[in-house]
Design a protein. Structure first.
Length: 172
């Protein structure tokens, strides 16, 4: 449990809500990769409402899926294949919004002003990240495909699913 809390704290430091981080790490570190709400409540010693909110958040960002066994009322939560890839790919959408906002700020304030210069520096950094991200993600997929032949199928399958998710949710 200490590891779960430490890893979750690192995710919280990066901006993930605390309860979502705990649920994410609990699923990540479970042998089956699947848990029910009751199992999460018991393991994390948190409220059912907290788990429900965390699951809703993680589902929204594309990090987990929900499923039910036939004839069961209990939902099982599992991390999506390629969860880290999906989370980083979603950051690409955020970068686009940041680029647009920073560009509007530079245009409004002018690059010759101190505030405009800071926004221009921010814009340059966001554009750099935006330009580098696709190549980095492609290198990751290539590395996974060469390291594990079965990862090639899983990643390709996940890309098709993930693109549909991103398109249906819009930019976060």
């Amino acid at each position: 449990m200490q590891f779960v809390e430490r890893f979750a704290a690192a995710l919280v430091d990066a901006g993930m809500p605390r309860m979502a981080a705990l649920v994410f790490v609990a699923l990540l570190t479970s042998d089956s990769g699947r848990m029910t709400a009751d199992e999460l409540v018991t393991q994390l010693q948190v409220s059912r409402a907290g788990v429900s909110g965390a699951v809703r958040y993680l589902n929204h960002v594309g990090a987990l899926s929900r499923s039910r066994a036939p004839g069961s009322r209990r939902e099982h939560y599992a991390l999506e294949d390629g969860t880290w890839y999906e989370l980083v790919a979603r950051r690409e959408q955020l970068l686009e919004r940041w680029v647009t906002a920073a560009r509007a700020g530079v245009d409004a304030l002018g690059v010759a002003t101190p505030a405009g210069a800071r926004l221009a520096e921010s814009l340059a950094f966001f554009e750099f990240l935006q330009a580098e991200m696709p190549a980095m993600l492609a290198r990751w997929k290539a590395q996974r495909a060469s390291a594990m032949p079965s990862a090639n199928h899983a990643t390709a399958s996940h890309d098709r699913v993930g693109q549909g998710k991103r398109a249906s949710r819009g930019a976060a």
